[in-house]
Write a protein that binds this ligand. Structure first.
Ligand SMILES: [Fe+2]
Ligand SMILES: [Fe+2]
Length: 257
């Protein structure tokens, strides 16, 4: 199976990059299954039904998220109805939505699990490590592939998690920092791993947002509203090919200034 993974898609600019680059990438690389993190897909904060449908119409199979999942009010109206939309599994059990799903493609059962880190995230969630253990025990005998979007800030937490689940998950990809890391690798027990896939969004931006606004925030210490940056755009992705014989991992970067 060939998996194409896309990190945080940032607003209209990110969606424009997807529309421009994804069709030819699908043609060339022929992925069997595509996952994208959509927590910033609508105006940089959250996701709406319309934007969800737009991403799915581009051929994306599952949309993961993170701390921004609740930012658009309408999410509570549709998250329970959308099996292809995930929120972190380590939210309290009473939270709306689901933290993982099992999807069928090419006669294979693929589990996608969305988990959020706790370091520098400011949200009191359950332990990401034990959350994985619980879900793993529940699903391990009934799926062919297990893929984790670990939505976290600290590189150390993500790497520790990668090694913790090595050999149990097939792919662990990090999201949330919006900055890609160059550490894609196959861990000793076979898990394909990257600390962060990086954003799909504006080239000249601060993590996808208009440059002046975060600068003002740092200069003044005051809360400043952020808007999605426009202009040239960038696509960051990860391709993982995995079967009984081999695992391959490759980063993709496409840019249009
Ligand atoms: Fe994000
Ligand atoms: Fe995030």
């Amino acid at each position: 199976m060939r998996f194409l993974i896309i990190g945080d898609v940032i607003g209209r600019t990110g969606r424009k990059a997807l529309k421009e680059f994804l069709p030819s990438l699908i043609d060339q690389e022929k992925p069997d299954f595509i996952i994208a993190n959509g927590e910033n897909a609508a105006g940089g904060f959250g996701i709406t039904k319309k934007v969800f449908d737009e991403l799915i119409s581009l051929g994306i199979d599952v949309i993961t998220s993170g701390n921004h999942i609740w930012d658009k009010k309408e999410i509570v109206q549709f998250i329970d109805q959308e099996e292809r939309l995930l929120r972190p599994a380590n939210y309290p059990p009473s939270a709306l939505g689901r933290g993982y799903g099992i999807y069928k493609k090419k006669d294979k059962k693929i589990a996608v699990i969305n988990i959020m880190g706790r370091v520098f995230m400011g949200i009191p969630l359950d332990c990401p490590f034990r959350t994985f253990d619980e879900i793993y025990e529940r699903i391990k005998d009934s799926v062919d592939y297990i893929i984790v979007d670990l939505h976290a800030e600290a590189t150390s937490e993500k790497m520790a998690f990668g090694y913790y689940v090595d050999g149990r998950a097939d792919i662990v990809f990090g999201t949330h920092s919006h900055v890609p890391t160059a550490d894609e690798q196959i861990l000793p027990k076979g898990t394909a791993y990257i600390t962060d896939v990086g954003l799909t969004g504006a080239v000249h931006s601060v993590i996808g947002m208009k440059i002046e606004q975060p600068i003002q925030k740092f200069l003044t210490g005051m809360p400043i509203k952020y808007d999605v940056a426009t202009g040239g755009y960038l696509f960051h992705g990860l391709l993982v090919e995995k079967d009984e014989k081999k695992t391959e991992i490759r980063r993709i970067k496409i840019k249009k200034e």
